[in-house]
Design a binder for this molecule. Structure first.
Ligand code: DGY
Length: 321
């Protein structure tokens, strides 16, 4: 009998076809929204594999409902939505999709940095609203990117990708990470420093840390207060790494210049959220890895992971410790 895999969202056809060759599938594709919890708990009962998304909360309740589950494969690099310790305790493998999204996400981080520093969102809104009257010396003046100092918090694969782009912009690169990354120091000239020093000295700060207990609200009032008044803050990691109320106050009080945000504590962020009322915020709907090519690669890696897991084999990328 074919193993059963539950897929919590419509995924690219190529990945579906790969799965169908080996497994019988339940695919939630009726609506483009998160698979209803009750349905997940029902369908997972006789499943051997779960192919899930970052918006699915995979916790003890799901694992309790799934006595035959051998593998959870998320179509994402981040896996803070999955109780990894619980899965590991139960011998359930957890797969994720690093590497294949590094360049697309670094591109987006850099694009968001440019858009925020140079006020691209405001510029477009101003034209559409008929507010562009004429050229004037300080009209829409932003902050310089080329030759400025970039602070990268979290120097993993994507951090290095951002640093490579920054090098081409002749930027001075500071970084903070749990451990020193000597290769990034040698290859890219990145300089390791404490978080405090990075915040004090950077013209642009990019946050790229995973979401863990240690990084929860790591950017709060005290951290924003340290940043330069002309600095931009860019978050392409996870919303829970930032105290959004503190960020709002820092932006309103002009303690920092602007923020570019691809992620939020609650996603989707409600349109009435105070952050979205500010001109100096560029907000995006969590699209760090969203290119056609990258999403297809992620879908295929997640498919490979789940198939290896149902066979009891080592995954291509595993998130278990
Ligand atoms: C991930 O893969 O964790 C990203 O946030 C999705 O773009």
């Amino acid at each position: 009998m074919k193993p059963k895999i539950v897929v919590t969202r419509k995924i690219p056809q190529q990945a579906l076809e790969l799965l169908e060759r080996t497994a019988s599938l339940y695919v939630w594709e009726k609506e483009d929204k998160v698979m209803p919890r009750e349905l997940l708990l029902k369908e997972i009962k006789d499943a051997h594999g779960l192919y899930s998304m970052l918006a699915d909360r995979i916790d003890t309740e799901v694992m309790d409902a799934a006595p035959h589950l051998r593998v959870i494969s998320t179509m994402a690099v981040g896996y803070d939505n999955i109780d990894i310790a619980e899965a590991t305790k139960r011998g359930i493998r957890v797969g994720h999709t690093p590497d294949v999204l590094t360049e697309a996400t670094a591109d987006l981080a850099f694009a968001l940095l440019m858009a925020t520093a140079r006020r691209l969102g405001e510029g477009m809104a101003c034209i559409k609203e008929g507010k562009w009257k004429n050229w004037s010396p300080m009209f829409m003046a932003g902050q310089e990117v080329y030759g400025s100092t970039l602070g990268i918090i979290g120097m993993g694969r994507i951090g290095e990708g951002v640093a490579r782009r920054a090098k081409a912009f002749d930027m001075r690169i500071l970084y903070h990470n749990r451990t020193r990354r000597l290769e990034a120091e040698e290859k890219l000239g990145a300089v390791y420093c404490s978080l405090e020093e990075l915040l004090d000295k950077s013209d642009h700060v990019v946050l790229l840390t995973p979401a863990t207990k240690e990084t929860y609200y790591m950017m709060g009032a005290a951290q924003f207060a340290r940043m330069k008044r002309t600095a931009t803050f860019i978050n392409v990691s996870r919303g829970t790494n930032v105290d959004e109320d503190a960020l709002y106050r820092a932006l309103v009080n002009k303690e920092i210049w602007a923020a570019g945000l691809d992620v939020f504590e609650k996603e989707p962020i409600p349109p009435s959220h105070p952050l979205l009322s500010l001109d100096n915020v560029v907000a995006l709907p969590h699209i760090g890895s969203a290119t056609v090519q990258t999403r297809l690669r992620m879908a295929m890696v997640a498919a490979e992971n789940v198939l290896l897991g149902v066979k009891g084999e080592r995954l291509r990328y595993t998130a278990n410790p």
